[in-house]
Every structure is written in C-alpha cells, then in structure tokens.
Ligand binder design. Structure first.
Ligand SMILES: [Zn+2]
Length: 817
C-alpha cells in the first residue's frame, strides 16, 4: 500500500510531463514546416500557461498599433514561482548594493525584427524544453520570455510569405517567395526599427515593454535576430567598440557564454563567428541597453531573415531550412540558460558590484531652457526610471555643451539636475555625456546621441555634486482665459506648440502668425507667434470651447488681448501677418523612399503631431491629382533617379509653380534637383585627389571611413528670420548621418554649417567627410513660381528622438509660406 502510494506520487509529475504538448503537437504541423501566425503563437503560450499553472505566469503587457497582444511569460520551478515576488525584490535590492539573492534572471527576447521570423518559432521549442528535458536549469533560474517583441512586423512577413510561397516551398533564391516587397516585415507598424528604440522609446511596443523590463533588470538578456542567408551564426562576445562603461566582468561573461555555445556548435559541425560586426556602443539596442543596466546583453544572429522562407539554396549550394534555423536559435537559447544556471552566485555578485557607486568624471548634469523641452526630457527620464530634481539658486561650473569649453550655468528651480549618484548612473552617463569615447570608429551605428543636444537645452556637465531640491520640476501654471476677447496670442517654440496649432487647424480654426517681432500690452512677442482672432473664426459656433480645449489638452497658455493695434512691429491686419488654414498634406511611399525614413514621417503626423496625412504610393503617383494637396513630402530614399522620370518631375514642378509646397528630404533632394537648372540648389563638388598612392589591401576599410560620418553632432548656424527657423535661437546642434552636401542658398539658408564648424562636437567624422561638409546647407527654402521648395539635408525626424529638430519640420508645414 505504502509502496503503491509512492509510485503513484512519482507517476503524477511524470504523467504531467508526458501530457504537455510540444509545439508540433499543439500546432498540428511539425515545427519548421510552416510559419506560425502570431495569434497561433499566443495560443500555444496560453495553452502552456494553463497546463503549467505552477511553473509559469503569462501576462499581456500591452497591445501593438494593430492591436495584437504583447505577452511576457515567466517560468521557473514550482517553488521559485511561489516566491517569485520575493525573488524579484531581493534581486532589485542589488541596485542599492543590498540584498542576498540566490537566483539568476535570464530574459530571452524574440523577433524584434518581424521578418527575422525564425526567432518566435524557436522560442516555442525552447520553452517546451525548459519545462521538460531541461527543467533542471530552472532550479536557480527565473526565465522571462518575450516570444515576439514585434507582432505587427512578424505577421506582415508571415502573411506575405504564406500568400506568395510555392507549394511545396521553392528553394530557388530567385523565386518570389524570397523577395519581400518594399513594405517588408522587419519594422513595426510605423516602419520603425524597434532595435534602435530601446533608449528613445518612441514606439508603443518599446514603451510598454520597458515597464516590464525595469521591474526585473535581468542578469542576462538575449536579443534574437537574423542576418543574410549566407552568414554563419553570430554569438557573443561582441565586436569592438565596446562602450567604456562596460565592465571587465561583462566582457568576460560574454566570452563564457560564447564558449559554451561554441561547444554545441562544434559538436554539430555548425559554423559561427564572434567578435566581429556587432559592436556594443549605441545605447538603443537590445544588447547595449540591458548591458548599461547591469546585465549581460547580447545579440544572436542566425543566417536567414526575410529572404530565407522555409528553405533556400545558399551561395555554396547547400539548402538552409527553417528547421536548421530553429535548431541554432534553440541551441543558443538553452545554452544561455545553462551558463547562467552554472554561474548564479557570480552573476548576483557582479550585478550588485555594477550598481556600486561609480567614479565617473561628471557627477551632475544641469540643464536649462524652454520649459516644454525640459518637460519632454523629464518625460523620457521618467520612462527610464532615471531620477532628476530641480536646482537651487547656485552657479555651476563645468563643461559647457554649447561652447565645448569650461563655463558656468545658473541653476534655478526651473533647471533639471541629474546626478550620477543614483542606481541608473551608468545609463545617465551614457545618455548625457558630451561625447562617447570611441575605441574604434568602425561601428555598426551612430556614434553620438548626447541628450542635451537632442533636446536643444543649455547644459553643463559638472565634476562636482550640484545641490538640488527634493522637488521635481515645476511646470508653469496653465492660466489661459478664453472669454470673447478680440484675439489670443500663443508663443511658438516647441513641439508642444506645434501640437496645439495642429489641434486648432484640425478643428477648422483659422490661425494667423507674425513674420515680425511685435510688442502688445507691454509684452514682446517673437516671430512665429500665433494670433487667433475672434473675427477670423466667426464660422465656428463653439470657437471658445475649441480654443479652451486645445489650450488644456496641450497645457498651452494663451494671452488674450482686446486690440490688434500693436505698440511696435506690425498690426494683425498687416501683410507681415499670414494666415494658416486647414492644410492638406501628402507623403510619398514606396520604392523610391526608404521604409524607415517614410515611417518616421508617418509616425510624426499620427503619433506626435496628431494631424492627418494622405499616404501616396509611387505605383499610382502618375494618376494622383496633386491639386488636392497644399504640401507634398518626399522622404529620403535611394530610388529617386528612376522614379523621377521627366513626366513625374514636370508634374511635381508644375504643381509647385502653381503654389504647392514641396518638402524634399535627404536623397529626394538629389533626385529632384540633379541636372535641372530650374533649381537654385547645387551639390557641393569636391576636387578629386589626383595623387596615386598604393596602399595595402588590408587598410581599405580604414581608408573608406575617411569619407564617412557615422552619425555625429555638429554646431550649425541658424537664421531665425527665415520662417523655417522661427522659434529657434541662432545656433542648433544637428545630427549628421552622411557627407552628401549642398552649397548655401542665396536667400534661403535657414540652417547651415558656418566656416570652421565642420568639426563634430560629438561623434566620428572622417577627414575627407569633414572637408566635404564645410560651409554647406542643412535646411533651406527656395521659391519656384508661386510655390516653395524646402530642403532638409539632415533628418530632423531621425528615429523620432531628436526632439529639438521637430519644430523645423513643423515650421516647414505651417510657417513657410
Ligand atoms: Zn535583426
């Protein structure tokens, strides 16, 4: 009897295991023979959560733009799951150098790039094995799995593939199933790259995910990717440059993990590479961001991606199948958990050490400026759980971001003070320091991002600890009164002001704005000041309510006045005061444009400015009636030379001459202006170096980089009498992403690099590139017939994070007439 009972007790868990369905059993097809749509993936995870209530917790942490669920699962042993909150709290005490945790936290993130779609498939086999054959790993480990960071992108790819695949699938690389169209699955709904968004948090997926991530700050984080079909697998250790804040232990542990993976890959005869291509510098990646938060952050790259389908012939004639790709990501996923399980004490020890007080050069950052910009930055800091306070009345000495020299700043209760004496000190240093130290200029991404420049704030980096209050920043009180006045005035300095204007225009309010500074009722107003009059808006019965709501919704103060007779400057009826009415705006999409650059514009209108935009496609552009639009935007892209044939070009020029406003960005500038005398803008030519020097083959990469700018910040001069630059000071820090350059425009150079300002204040620029960009245009305007062309050489909407550039774009829409 006793014996039977024991057998029965032993049998229960075994039966439980036997009953758990593998992904293949649950899905009804062998894993790797089909791509699994996102809702089916969610179904499998929900099934596991129900089948394993004691070892698994599933939460839906948000929704995508297309309303797909974002899910996160936590798994461990039954005992650990019962104490899960306690384990988490003990781990997080490490941020204050306390606690005695004895479990390690591993976070596996899959499918951040939607068409790198092996990831999510592999995640299902990985979690299944962690519950079955590899369950011993879980004894001292909590594993968090995000099976799909980017469901909209994944389903865009999977649905596309299912529509175009041959049956059975065709391994011929030239078959259509291996050629995604322009609207490919890599990015999210708005064509944003979510693996460039961890630090800037412009996208809903990143914003919602980071809340969960900050609760756990894992010891180990893996971001699963795919690369070109012919590439062998890439895993840690990463390539140089490593950011200098990365600790010796973080470097070493990358190596420990890499060697464990190598053991399995060697056994199976699989190829791999390490220490090349994928570096650890730019902070907005799924490997660097967790690293700057104390973890071991890694990128794993399988060969395949959107080209590979279910199977494809490689360049050496082998066939790469989805099953192969699953096997590799599945192996490294489990191997990662295994290494963590063998190093629990070490990981806990080192995590705590990471958060001990750091001896960074700068102890405090003090920022002053427009309250809207301060607020926008404070909002970002809150999302990162970075602490900040208001200043006290002291003068602070340190590195002045504006001059690049030692200087002072007056710190007040309106200043933002950020100290490195806080748990997130490393992240503060990475995001705020004037210039990241580069151990190697050959990097995969931009080399400069310092937030004071991105937000257009005056800043000092101080080596001492600056006094601060315990208060957060106080925003100016909202004291708009809307009550039947002659007119209302609103200043024009920030993205918030642009949102306020957009809301008014959306509601058919007519808004005037001043081209000259003026004084009224003793208050001086700058160029761009909005003037909203009662008599312009007689057509609106609820005008007062619309204005009041716009003021409240955007916490925007308006000043009422009972006269349009100014004390100095131009009266409201003057020709120097223009009127803006509801504008119809269109943007081009499709092959000539870059998906990312198009997406930034689309996202800007819908998620930032909140103003409608028509998305046109190159496929039917020839049939589009352009007279329906006031503004046409041509995003950056490489395909303009073939798109802008003589018919298309004449069509656009004709529309401009009749009064249209064209905004040409990046590659679109060259596309529309090249070899055409109607345009005054000209590309800057460089004299060819006629000397022939023989260089060895090996240095060629170093030679090439002389002509490159890998995302660097330059100090530009601003003509803020140009409507394109209303609301700005006389300098602006621009993020340059390349060396293509144009000469100044005679009357229309709104923002440009003056003589001597071709040296980056932050980031890398090659010697040849610096010569090329000297004395060139950044933003400018040119009249053509009755219309306008606005050139944007640098991209103010790049990845949606260069906050201080966005008003230029709003100016291009609303102020340039
Ligand atoms: Zn990727």
């Amino acid at each position: 009897m006793k014996l039977t009972l024991r057998i029965a007790l032993l049998l229960i868990p075994i039966l439980g295991l036997a009953q758990l369905k593998s992904p293949s059993e649950f899905l009804g097809y062998e894993l790797g023979t089909q791509f699994t749509r996102h809702h089916e993936v969610v179904d499998y995870y929900q099934y596991l959560a129900e089948a394993e209530p004691n070892r698994m917790k599933l939460i839906e942490y948000g929704k995508t733009n297309e309303r797909r669920p974002l899910i996160l699962v936590t798994i461990s042993t039954e005992e650990n799951m019962q104490n899960l909150e306690q384990i988490r709290e003990e781990h997080m005490k490490g941020l204050n150098g306390e606690g005695s945790p004895n479990k390690a936290i591993v976070w596996l993130s899959y499918n951040v790039h939607g068409n790198e779609s092996v990831s999510t498939e592999a995640s299902m086999q990985t979690i299944y094995d962690l519950f079955t054959s590899k369950s011993k790993y879980l004894e001292d480990i909590v594993v968090l799995i995000d099976p799909c960071i980017n469901p909209d992108g994944r389903d865009r790819y999977v649905n596309w593939y299912n529509q175009f695949k041959n049956a059975p699938n065709q391994v011929d690389p030239q078959s259509k199933e291996h050629h995604e169209n322009w609207w490919s699955g890599r990015s999210n709904h708005y064509m944003f790259d979510l693996n460039r968004d961890w630090a800037w948090l412009t996208q809903v997926e990143s914003q919602q995910r980071l809340k969960q991530f900050n609760k756990w700050l894992p010891h180990v984080h893996v971001d699963f990717h795919e690369q070109g079909v012919d590439n062998p697998y890439f895993f840690a250790p990463a390539a140089e440059p490593f950011h200098e804040v990365i600790t010796d232990f973080q470097r070493e542990f990358q190596e420990t993990i890499g060697k464990n993976h190598a053991k399995y890959f060697d056994e199976n005869g699989w190829f791999y590479f390490t220490k090349e291509v994928f570096d650890l510098l730019y902070p907005s990646y799924g490997d660097t961001y967790p690293t700057y938060n104390g973890g071991i952050g890694m990128t794993y790259e399988q060969g395949g991606s959107g080209r590979a389908g279910l199977g494809i012939i490689t360049s050496i004639g082998d066939t790469l199948t989805l099953k192969d790709r699953i096997a590799h990501h599945h192996t490294t996923g489990l191997s990662t958990v295994e290494v963590a399980a063998n190093n629990v004490a070490k990981l806990n020890d080192e995590f705590k050490k990471f958060y001990l007080n750091k001896d960074y050069k700068y102890n405090s950052y003090v920022l002053n400026g427009n309250p809207d910009k301060i607020e926008a930055l404070a909002d970002l800091l809150n999302k990162h759980e970075i602490e900040f306070q208001a200043g006290t009345n002291v003068t602070v000495k340190g590195y002045n971001y504006n001059t690049g020299k030692t200087g002072t700043i007056k710190s007040t209760e309106k200043s933002l003070v950020i100290s490195t004496n806080q748990p997130k000190s490393t992240l503060v240093k990475v995001l705020f320091e004037p210039s990241a130290k580069l151990s190697d200029s050959v990097t995969y991404d931009i080399t400069a991002w310092s937030l004071p420049y991105a937000y257009g704030l005056d800043a000092i980096a101080s080596e001492s600890s600056v006094s601060k209050t315990s208060n957060s920043i106080t925003q100016p009180e909202l004291k708009s009164t809307v009550a039947n006045s002659y007119a209302y005035l609103a200043d024009w300095n920030s993205m918030k002001d642009a949102k306020f204007l957009a809301e008014l225009l959306r509601n058919n309010v007519r808004v005037r704005y001043a081209h000259k500074p003026f004084t009224l009722d003793g208050i001086s107003h700058e160029r761009g000041t909005l003037i909203i009059t009662k008599s312009d808006n007689k057509h609106l019965k609820d005008f007062n309510d619309i204005l009041k709501n716009a003021s409240i919704n955007n916490s925007k103060n308006v000043i009422s006045t009972n006269t349009g007779f100014v004390e100095s400057g131009k009266d409201f009826g003057s020709g120097y005061v223009d009127i803006i009415q509801n504008l119809k705006i269109a943007v081009l999409s499709g092959e000539p444009t870059s998906t990312l650059r198009f997406g930034e514009i689309w996202n800007f209108f819908e998620q930032q400015l909140d103003y409608p935009i028509s998305v046109l496609d190159e496929g039917y552009f020839g049939r589009v009636d352009l007279s329906k639009y006031d503004i046409l935007i041509l995003p950056d892209g490489r395909g303009y030379n073939s798109f802008l044939n003589s018919y298309t070009k004449e069509k656009i020029k004709d529309w401009v001459k009749r009064g249209g406003k064209l905004i040409a960005m990046g590659g679109a500038i060259d596309g529309i202006t090249a070899k055409d005398e109607d345009f005054k803008l000209s590309e800057k030519e460089m004299e060819k170096d006629s000397s022939t020097t023989i260089e060895s083959f090996e240095v060629s990469e170093r030679e090439q980089i002389k002509s490159a700018i890998t995302g660097a910040i330059f100090k530009a001069t601003v003509d803020n009498t140009n409507p394109l630059a209303y609301g700005y000071d006389d300098t602006y820090f621009t993020l340059k992403l390349g060396a293509r350059s144009y000469n100044y425009l005679e009357n229309g150079s709104a923002v440009y690099l003056s003589k001597g300002n071709n040296e980056p204040v932050s980031g890398f620029a090659g010697s040849e590139a610096k010569k090329k960009i000297a004395e060139t245009l950044i933003y400018g305007t040119e009249q053509m017939g009755r219309g306008q062309i606005i050139y944007m050489v640098d991209n103010p909407l790049f990845r949606g994070f260069w906050e201080n550039g966005k008003l230029f774009f709003a100016n291009a829409l609303f102020m340039v007439k």
